[in-house]
Design a protein around this ligand. Structure first.
Ligand code: PA5
Length: 452
């Protein structure tokens, strides 16, 4: 089996010679701190050796619960937000049919997502769609108290019970949450739901290879053994024993830090030429945004889907402020083959493409874009994925996690906390007069009055 590859040559041309190599000692120090658990955030390092610690028995248990949901449900709603949502969606959409929800598929339940927003229309449309359908729910929340997820779950639980009874609901609702604390755990215990534990030492955005991601991915019909195997191979290939010159996670971390600190590139755009990777980029954005954006530091993680966004963001990328660099995730081989047909009349003038694969045109668009953006002053990092399958997505997930840990530590932040996320919650609870927030409610009302 091959591995994903990293090419930084079109990024290093924007840096002084040797700058990336000069990061080797800092990278090594970060790797030692991760391994020895001496870095900040060291109580959240459970992801580091997670792939190699997952047992076949554990995967079999997840598959068995997934099979129950697959047998009993035509739809499964995955309720969760942030790290309790994006990893599963990234893999399911990365591997699934682009028109999955329109296709009548007797083998696989339709997977829908909720609990990641508070849109009344969204939830109303979802509950309308689920009317009289046999649906199950995977309720994912590490804290067990996240408002968005809890609100959606309250609606879904009631609807599930009302439609087919409490006994049916008990068999098709699964909780993935903390071992002991939080409302999701209390509900699961009281109602007798099957549940999985999110380990204490794994934060949300690093949890895709726990049941947080593995259960929904297995319910969707994908091979979680292969996903974990890919991640395990990447755990070995990016381990502390692999020298800097060959360690792609170390090199990616180093080149991003060099571009940020030495070349003033404050924004990283992850770009793909496969629409299926849209949610993979969303997962990546959370991973890097929440890990690095603190203490008034951090590369801003942005994402573009090409060629779609070349017709919206392409102008800015080509000629806007030179504060960006690009990381292209390129898929070498499409899974499908589709050739452009001959047309006798050639009214569209496209006969020069006759017999070519659609992907060949896409690849030329990709190469042309990379060259144009480099010419326009945008450093370009290239990550090449042999094909879209579970194994390579597993590699990609672990690669980005490892590089993120190293990169955050080089930047001297705690990559594993997210204190800034609490600020909006505190205000929202105060505005909603949540019990326990009386003082905050009073203060925010006074502030709003003074602002008028
Ligand atoms: O990465 C994180 O820790 C966060 O994005 C969380 O995953 C997110 O806030 C959801 O939290 P919880 O799983 O507690 O509902």
């Amino acid at each position: 089996m091959e591995s994903i590859k990293l090419d930084i040559t079109k990024a290093t041309q924007f840096l002084n010679p040797g700058v990336v190599e000069a990061y080797a000692p800092q990278v090594a120090a970060a790797q030692v701190a991760l391994e020895n658990g001496t870095c900040s955030g060291n109580d959240f390092l459970g992801w580091l050796h997670l792939p190699s610690s997952i047992t076949t028995d554990f995967l079999a248990e997840i598959e068995s619960v997934a099979n129950t949901l697959r047998e009993k449900c035509e739809v499964v709603v995955v309720a969760g937000i942030g790290g309790s949502y994006l990893g599963a969606r990234a893999v399911i959409e990365g591997l699934g049919n682009s028109f999955a929800w329109l296709i009548e598929d007797k083998k696989n339940p339709t997977i829908l997502f909720a609990g990641n927003n508070i849109g009344e229309d969204y939830l109303s449309e979802l509950t309308t769609y689920l009317k009289n359908k046999k649906f199950g729910v995977i309720n994912i929340s590490k804290s067990g108290t996240t408002t968005e997820t809890a609100l959606a779950f309250r609606l879904l639980k009631k609807q599930c019970e009302d439609q087919f009874g409490k006994d049916f609901a008990k068999n098709v609702i699964v909780a993935v949450t903390d071992e002991k604390k939080g409302a999701a755990r209390v509900t699961a215990t009281q109602e007798g739901y099957k549940s999985f534990i999110i380990p204490d030492n794994i934060g949300g955005r690093f949890s895709v290879l726990t049941p947080v991601g593995l259960l929904p991915i297995a319910v969707a019909g994908f091979d979680i053994k292969s996903l974990v195997e890919g991640a395990k191979v990447m755990e070995e290939e990016t381990s502390i024993d692999v020298p800097f010159a060959n360690n792609i996670a170390a090199r990616y971390a180093a080149v991003r830090q060099a571009l940020y600190a030495q070349a003033g590139k404050k924004i990283e755009i992850i770009a793909n030429f496969q629409p299926k990777l849209h949610y993979f980029a969303e997962w990546w954005k959370q991973l890097y945004g929440e890990s690095e954006g603190k203490d008034n530091k951090g590369i801003f993680p942005a994402a573009c889907d090409f060629t779609t966004d070349l017709h919206s963001m392409g102008q800015w990328i080509q000629e806007g402020e030179r504060s960006i660099f690009e990381t292209v995730v390129s898929v070498e081989q499409s899974n499908a083959t589709l050739l452009f047909p001959h047309d006798d009349e050639n009214l569209d003038g496209l006969n020069f493409l006759e017999g070519k694969r659609v992907d060949e045109v896409n690849k030329m668009a990709e190469l042309g874009t990379r060259l144009a953006h480099v010419d326009g002053g945008v450093p370009n990092i290239h990550i090449s994925v042999p094909t879209l399958n579970e194994y390579y997505l597993g590699q990609l997930i672990y690669f980005f996690e490892k590089a993120c840990g190293i990169s955050g530590l080089i930047m001297e932040v705690n990559p594993f906390n997210q204190p800034g996320v609490e600020a909006y919650k505190k205000n929202m609870f105060a505005l909603l007069n949540k019990p326990g927030y009386e003082a905050e409610s009073k203060a925010i009302q006074e502030r709003l009055t003074n602002d008028k």
